[in-house]
Design a protein around this ligand. Structure first.
Ligand SMILES: *Cc1c(COP(=O)(O)O)cnc(C)c1O
Length: 467
């Protein structure tokens, strides 16, 4: 007797599910959330947070229908989200989500493309190619610069520094990819004392040692001190910053980059949110000179308001990057005439991530990107002005989208931060700046209006007076 082949009853039901009804309901639900984001408390209420305990159930024994899952996510999850997509979230450096990408996202998800190679996803490869070309133009980078699409700046920085490390050592006749670092020549890594912590983590992961580097002092705005940069040579890896994570300040690329290039150093620019200044004719002066660098890293999910995870690594010489990301395998099928995405990143399987960036950039156009960056910066300046006239001190020059504000002393500022975070009206975080506690305001969402800022500044002042 022939045995009946195994068929899972659960999968059989799932195969019979039509996407239409589910996705229509999902769209209604997502739209309700998106349109209501501004009316939400910015940080969820204690009751909403308590509602998260509904998720603490045992792993279900059997299946649950998709719409039940959607319903539960919306009922218990949505109220406990932080309204980062609304207009009054100023924490860390985040960013909203523009309608173009939000609208296209369900389609991209339905595509379910693994974009490791052209052979796996021609459309994934095409959208990466297009975004790469658009980025040269928008950010005024050298044509031919290779772009890799990754989860965020953390990964982008690590990949760029890996390419830098291997290239600098290869120039000294050492193949670090094959041999590792032990017994090889030394690199001289030069960073600003204000470098982002992800830079230090990357150095640590790459065997360069986060403490084994030369840390150059920064000026009062957090810019690397040009006069304190040590002599550089062809074994130097210099890491600069476009957009200090506290003050928003930009290193002086115009003075530093020609000098570093002359010396044969590799220059990396961490421009997670600041690189986009290059896309604005009014702010481009901030990034001038950075086009001389060897590699850059940036995020779409901050200033540009793409969905997460949208990081981009950029490397002037594609062959250097490709060599560092080197992978082989009998089953790998690369093409001659098309882009194979995995050559440019440390990931192999991944979603068609560049699609979000493509949708966002096409939704804005060159003018739209410039206006987005300009408006974020104008709103930051407005916020700073309101706070200053309400008696706050502003601790940085507001050159970009970051404002560091302080109320009286450390203790008062700390109490005020806690009160603001509890208020539900807005959200911002604290930081330490030149030994003082400050409120760190990042104006990063296209949703923020001047009315939002007026309301938030008034609320901050009211809370400060009632402390
Ligand atoms: C946010 C940020 C990073 C890290 O980027 P992720 O996308 O969060 O990984 C690195 N450098 C700077 C300056 C940043 O603002």
């Amino acid at each position: 007797m022939q045995k009946k082949p195994y068929v899972s009853p659960i999968l059989e039901t799932l195969r019979q599910t039509s996407a239409e009804e589910n996705l229509a309901e999902a769209a209604r639900c997502a739209a309700r959330y998106a349109d209501g984001a501004d009316a939400r408390r910015v940080f969820p209420s204690p009751e909403s947070l308590a509602g998260l305990s509904a998720f603490d159930e045992p792993l279900p024994d059997g299946p649950r229908p998709p719409l039940k899952i959607l319903e539960m996510a919306d009922r218990c999850g949505s109220p406990a989200t932080v309204a980062q997509s609304g207009g009054r979230y100023f924490g860390f450096v985040c960013g909203g989500i523009l309608p173009s990408a939000l609208c296209a996202r369900p389609l991209f998800d339905a595509w379910d493309q693994n974009t490791a190679m052209y052979a796996m996803s021609p459309v994934g490869a095409k959208l990466e190619e297009v975004c790469q070309r658009w980025l040269w133009e928008l950010l005024e980078l050298p044509e031919g610069t290779a772009a890799g699409f990754v989860s965020g700046s953390s990964t982008a920085i690590t990949a760029c520094l890996l390419a830098a490390r291997n290239e600098l050592l290869a120039r000294q006749g050492w193949d670090a990819g094959a041999n590792g670092l032990a017994g090889g020549p030394k690199l001289h890594v030069v960073v600003s004392e204000e470098a982002h912590s992800t830079v230090y983590r990357a150095l640590s992961a790459l065997g360069l040692g986060y403490a084994a580097v030369t840390r150059v002092p920064a000026d009062e705005q957090g810019r690397i001190r040009v006069d304190r940069i040590p002599p550089m040579d062809a074994s130097t890896l210099l890491i600069l910053q476009a957009g200090n994570v506290n003050s928003g300040a930009f290193d002086d690329f115009n003075s530093i980059c020609p000098m570093a290039r002359e010396a044969g150093a590799w220059i990396h620019v961490d421009g997670a949110f600041g690189l986009w200044a290059a896309a604005s004719p009014r702010l481009r002066h901030l990034t001038q000179g950075m086009e001389l660098a060897d590699s850059w890293s940036t995020d779409g999910h901050k200033t540009l308001n793409t969905p997460y995870d949208c990081g981009v690594l950029l490397c002037r010489r594609p062959e250097t990057l490709v060599r560092a990301m080197h992978m082989t395998g009998g089953y790998i099928q690369l093409t001659e005439d098309h882009r194979d995405s995995m050559l440019y990143t440390m990931e192999m399987s991944r979603r068609a991530r560049a699609a979000d960036l493509w949708a966002t950039l096409s939704g804005l156009g060159r003018e739209g990107v410039a206006q987005l960056v300009d408006e974020l910066c104008a709103k930051a300046a407005h916020f700073a002005e309101l706070l200053r006239s309400a008696g706050f001190s502003i601790e940085n020059e507001v050159v970009y989208n970051q404002v560091l504000a302080r109320w009286r002393d450390d203790a008062a500022t700390e109490r005020l931060i806690a009160a603001i975070q509890d208020s539900g009206v807005l959200w911002l975080g604290g930081s330490r700046w030149h030994g003082k506690t400050v409120m760190r305001i990042s104006v990063c969402s296209y949703r923020t209006t001047y009315a939002d800022i007026d309301r938030c500044a008034a609320e901050m002042h009211r809370l400060a007076e009632t402390l």
